[in-house]
Ligand binder design. Structure first.
Ligand code: FAD
Length: 315
């Protein structure tokens, strides 16, 4: 069987959902081998075996977390050079894309970023020009390095007992040139991570800067909060919550857009959501052309009503 390397995306061993998606995708093309870099491997083990890693290369080296991504790219390149896999799959987030770029240079290989699907023959699909075009591509030189956007696959369990191979993290001084001097945790909201959430409630310019009804509805539903670029550019919500072409891509079971007109750049980040609901006071708003359910009205009235009803039903 062909070995496919999957770089584990984790925080102190807490494996992010994107990794379980990558393991599922890797299984289509061959035998998934996880690569765990950094500290906390014991905490990650269970998830990696539940989602089908046949093998895990472990560099359980806390010092890898002390630097920016260069040391991780270096160790991953050493593993890939030894293993000679059919492909390396990495999550499409800022760190993942930088690691992928450095890896492709070190391996002198082709790279494809932001794939939304990867077939059994490692042919990738990318969404281009705000999802107006779908691009099918394949790496034809070296070991394909592919970054895959979150929610591109539904994680499938495939219980395994992975073979563990310890790897020495030998890192050059060049890779250690930039060190992390401090970290500050994001304010804990208790909400799920935006790109992983099953339910997302997003607010746009129509909120007028008052995100309280959006947050209240998200909390009643156990969802995450998103925002349009207009809301983010106005300083009403952090950029990390922006959904769209230049923000995050989300693909939840339920996406609720409140006071968002439905510009193509916003659609690019949410159009694969399973059920889409929009609340907008303008019946002609373009968002209504793509929704499963639309409510014409003032979000400051509609959202609190919905929240109250949901909380009532929850008891
Ligand atoms: P608007 O288009 O102004 O829509 C506001 C809506 O709220 C209107 O439909 C209005 O009827 C409604 N409304 C007003 N008051 C109420 C109320 N009280 N109750 C209910 N409804 C109300 N945009 C993104 O979102 N994400 C991106 O990643 C992104 N990337 C971009 C990249 C590029 C290169 C460019 C050029 C643009 C990008 N944009 C992006 C911007 C995009 O083109 C739109 O400008 C933006 O999405 C508009 O945000 P909005 O829908 O909140 O605001």
């Amino acid at each position: 069987m062909t070995e496919i390397l999957v770089l584990v995306d984790h925080a102190d061993g807490a494996v992010r959902k994107t990794t379980t998606e990558l393991l599922t995708i890797a299984r289509r093309a061959g035998e998934p081998s996880a690569v765990f870099l950094g500290s906390g491997y014991e905490a990650a083990k269970e998830t990696l075996s539940a989602f089908g890693a046949e093998k895990v290369y472990v560099a359980d080296a806390p010092e890898l977390d002390d630097y920016l991504v260069a040391p991780k790219a270096e160790v991953l390149a050493q593993i890939a050079a030894n293993v000679n896999p059919a492909a390396v799959l990495i999550a499409s987030n800022p760190d993942g894309k930088e690691i992928a770029a450095r890896l492709a240079v070190k391996l002198e290989s082709g790279i494809i970023t932001d794939a939304v699907d990867v077939g059994a023959d490692l042919t990738t699909t990318q969404s281009a020009f705000a999802a107006s075009y779908s691009v099918t591509a394949r790496v034809t030189h070296g070991t394909p390095v592919i970054t895959v956007k979150p929610n591109s696959a539904t994680p499938e369990q495939a219980a395994t007992t992975p073979v563990e191979e310890k790897v020495a993290a030998s890192v050059s001084d060049t890779s250690k040139a930039a060190r992390i001097v401090s970290r500050s945790a994001r304010e804990a909201t208790g909400r799920p991570e935006l790109t992983e959430a099953a339910i997302v409630v997003s607010g746009g310019r129509g909120t007028g800067g008052n995100f309280a009804p959006v947050e209240a509805l998200a909390d009643a539903l156990g969802g995450a909060v998103g925002a349009s670029r207009a809301a983010v550019d106005s300083g009403w919500y952090p950029h990390s919550h922006q959904v769209g072409q230049t923000g995050q891509t989300v693909s939840p079971q339920l996406y609720i857009a409140a006071g968002i007109s439905g510009a193509i750049q916003h659609r690019a980040g949410m159009q694969t959501s399973k059920t889409i609901v929009a609340v907008d006071k303008d019946p002609e708003a373009p968002i209504f052309s793509m929704v499963d359910f639309g409510v014409v009205g003032d979000l400051h009235t509609i959202l609190p009503q919905a929240t109250e009803e949901i909380l009532k039903r929850k008891g």
